[in-house]
Design a protein around this ligand. Structure first.
Ligand SMILES: [Zn+2]
Length: 235
């Protein structure tokens, strides 16, 4: 038996033993399906933010930080497809979900990028402790897919997290904001001045993390900041 047929048979056997399941609803995926079944793709809660200059994402930061552009790909609902996708991406090491979503959103962002000319893609950094527990930052593959599809360099080192902060739930709002603002900082040289950073996160909830990240990036002279996230939580 040639190696080619052996390889083909082995793949069939693996598929039989470990069938591919939809990350949105756990149903069996068909041969031509990947990550999500047709039903889940049909039901995706798309925001269409990318076509709107003012949308839920930009409004979140209105009057707080000067955003050039902002959009979220989907609305996040409790127990919805997006919650399942993000959970698999974040806690079950299914990093291929990030690649899939990044490639998908890059199609929508192609013209946006032509207009806004983003110079670098910046992931919201995960704290070192959490990074070593989880082994990866959940937005890395999403950033990498956007980077390769849109031809924008991915820079995960310019923005960093200062220190590990324990659960912030018990602190009051003012205190939380103060802590959040001091959590992030930037390391930059003269050549980083004047860049347009596209800041990326998985989900926007209060927006405090992204706000703190954007503020840190805006310390770099003459730079601009835009935000793109996978999901937006309606509150
Ligand atoms: Zn499904």
């Amino acid at each position: 038996m040639s190696l080619y047929f052996f390889d083909k048979m082995l793949k069939k056997l693996i598929n039989l033993l470990y069938p591919k399941l939809c990350y949105g609803c756990d149903s069996l995926l068909l041969k031509n399906e990947n990550i999500l079944c047709c039903g889940c793709i049909h039901d995706l809660p798309i925001t269409y933010h990318h076509n709107l200059e003012r949308n839920d994402t930009t409004k979140k930061f209105y009057g707080i930080i000067p955003l050039e552009y902002g959009s979220s790909m989907f609305y996040f609902h409790k127990d919805g497809i997006i919650q399942k996708l993000i959970h698999n991406l974040k806690y079950r090491n299914k990093q291929e979900i990030g690649t899939y979503l990044g490639k998908l959103y890059a199609k929508d962002l192609l013209q946006i990028n032509e207009k806004h000319q983003f110079t670098e893609i910046i992931p919201v950094p995960l704290h070192q402790k959490r990074l070593s527990e989880r082994g990866y930052n959940q937005v890395t593959t999403f950033c990498e897919a956007l980077s390769s599809e849109l031809n924008i360099p991915h820079n995960p080192s310019i923005l960093f997290r200062n220190k590990y902060s324990k659960t912030q739930t018990k602190k009051n709002r003012e205190k939380r904001k103060e802590v959040a603002d001091s959590l992030f900082d930037v390391t930059f040289s003269k050549q980083d001045q004047g860049k347009h950073f596209l800041l990326i996160d998985d989900v926007i909830t209060s927006g405090a993390t992204l706000e703190a990240c954007a503020k840190a990036l805006l310390k770099i002279p003459n730079c601009k900041v835009s935000i793109v996230t996978i999901a937006y939580t309606l509150s």
